[in-house]
Write a protein that binds this ligand. Sequence first.
Ligand SMILES: C[S@@+](CC[C@H](N)C(=O)[O-])C[C@H]1O[C@@H](n2cnc3c(N)ncnc32)[C@H](O)[C@@H]1O
Length: 281
Amino acid sequence: MASKQEWSASFASASTSAMGFYDEIMVPRLFEPWAELLLDQLKLESGHAVLDVACGPGTVTRQAALRVGPSGSVTGCDLSPAMLDLARSKISVGRGAPIEYLECPAGSLRVPDEAFDVVTCQQGLQFFPDRPAALDEMRRALRHGGQLGVAVWCAIADCPPFAALANALGRVFGAETAKAYEGGPWGFHDSVSLTRLVSDSGFTNVKVRSFELPITFEGGPAQLLLTLRASPVAMTIAELSEEDQLALATAVEEAARPITHDGIVRSHSTSLILTAQVDDE
Ligand SMILES: C[S@@+](CC[C@H](N)C(=O)[O-])C[C@H]1O[C@@H](n2cnc3c(N)ncnc32)[C@H](O)[C@@H]1O
């Protein structure tokens, strides 16, 4: 199963219905609150031009559009046509900047040089097959004095609902599957490597901090289990017999028991947020 390349490829070939699980379950509970926090670390001003790399269904993109207002502009880039379909299907942000969505990999952004005041990348960097190339592209897109904001999850143990899913996958499919699941979203959590990667691309004033936010799955372990439909393990799960599907659901229930109260999963997730800038001329 999935290495970071396979996760990236699975996003690229995902169906809109599979990414719909991401958009409906994960975006409001997990990614939207994190997008607010990421943007809070940056100094967005009215009229700014923002580029959101690996924009997915437009989570950070749309909040950035609201923050820079109608005189600003926002561009969202992603390699997944399904994610971009979901992003484009959303109504435009009232009193916000116009948004343009572009299909391209992070290592080859279809944007002009030095055209943006701010570049964001929320939970995308860990999937990129060539991270230095992606950082070089982000730097190329930024004006002098421009700001970068990047978020990557901390270790899966610091994101307990997903650690519970990995644990259940391990019990049903074996340790390799669990490891591959973790290795995608939670596979790049070392702040020293992150700092070095960004500094090596020529960014300055590089700062990394760890943050924690609460998360609730009010639909309980069954709702948590549904998040796997937007992961590369989805196909394998779909092929399971009814009996094995039940075994997986039971394994998720058991693994999530310490964070399940009155049928509701209440826990937290932890992420690194990096900020950096391109020097003024
Ligand atoms: C966990 S989602 C995050 C999406 C969005 N930033 C958010 O906060 O909802 C990861 C995103 O990275 C994108 N992605 C993965 N590999 C990529 C690559 N090589 N180039 C561009 N986007 C990529 C996926 O298509 C997916 O939309």
